[in-house]
Design a protein around this ligand. Structure first.
Ligand code: ATR
Length: 278
């Protein structure tokens, strides 16, 4: 009998996770199936409890259940506690551990995009759950200065407390403070979901003209958003969330199995799956 893994979210049909987790499990010689587990909010407690079954290795958790799942497991890692959310559950003989591998995934992708040395300056767009995780990755990489630009400036100011070691400012999504921050930025990260729909952008695209040459524009979504297209047109480096997705998944796989994940194979499978969708 194969063991089971799956993705808990609502909806989950669009997810690329099975397309790279299943080939990785196969390549590792693990008799397991990675399933999609669409779960309406009222069924999340039951779904998480079902992960204690002996034939379940664990699960990934995605939107909108990452915060709720954190309160339903037996033990939460420090990063999961700080993020206020988990994306991975590990079944340790009936005891459930929660981890947040989104933070590692973003840090790995940013390192790959050139942010290997501490001391860089960043503008984060958005101040929700995804931004909170991004701040923890930026802290791990040693970002020196940070502006959180958000529609609600109060929410941006409150979020700065998550990473007190980074010198931080809050701003709106336009205006003098936002413009000044963009002029100094080595990195701009969009953590809002604005951009999933064609033509939608988190900031006025002409603001990208303020970014210094050589800066990087990163979008957590794994689509070619208008923001990334506009960055590319301006000769800036643009990075989407696909590598982050694969790195978080690889880390989850290592936690479930205790073995090294075949990251290159997973990356190739994810790229192939995405290209078949578009
Ligand atoms: P997630 O967990 O994906 O980060 P979230 O916690 O709901 O989701 O946060 C969504 C973020 O996108 C917030 O920063 C939100 O701005 P507010 O804090 O002002 O609400 C931002 N956002 C969502 N819709 C937006 C819109 N139409 N214009 C500007 N910002 C928007």
């Amino acid at each position: 009998m194969p063991v089971r893994l799956g993705l808990i979210g609502y909806p989950v049909e669009h997810s690329l996770s099975p397309s790279f987790q299943q080939p990785a499990l196969n390549a590792m010689g693990i008799d397991a199936i990675y399933e999609l587990w669409p779960t309406p909010p009222d069924e999340v407690p039951g779904r998480v409890a079902s992960l204690r079954a002996p034939d379940v290795l664990g699960a990934n958790v995605t939107v909108p259940h990452k915060e709720a799942a954190r309160g339903l497991v037996d033990e939460v890692s420090v990063q999961g506690q700080r993020a206020g959310a988990i994306n991975t559950v590990i079944n340790d003989a009936g005891r459930l551990r929660g981890e947040n591998t989104d933070i590692d995934g973003l840090a790995a992708s940013l390192r790959e995009s050139g942010f290997r040395d501490p001391g860089f300056t960043v503008v984060v767009l958005g101040a929700g759950g995804a931004a909170r995780g991004a701040l923890l990755a930026l802290e791990a990489l040693g970002a020196a200065r940070l502006t959180i630009a958000n529609r609600s400036q109060e929410k941006a100011a409150a979020l700065l407390e998550v990473a007190p070691e980074i010198a931080g400012t809050a701003s709106g999504l336009a205006g003098a403070a936002c413009e000044a921050a963009l002029r100094e930025a080595d990195l701009l990260i969009n953590t809002t979901s604005l951009g999933w729909k064609a033509g939608e952008t988190p900031i006025d695209l002409t603001l990208l003209d303020l970014l210094p040459a050589g800066s990087v524009v990163f979008d957590l979504t794994y689509r070619e958003t208008s923001l990334l297209q506009a960055a590319g047109q301006r000769g800036l480096k643009s990075v989407d969330g696909l590598a982050m997705l694969v790195y978080q998944g690889a880390r989850s796989l290592e936690l479930w199995t205790g073995r090294e994940a075949p990251v290159d194979l997973m990356m190739a499978a994810a790229m192939e799956a995405r290209s078949q969708r578009s």
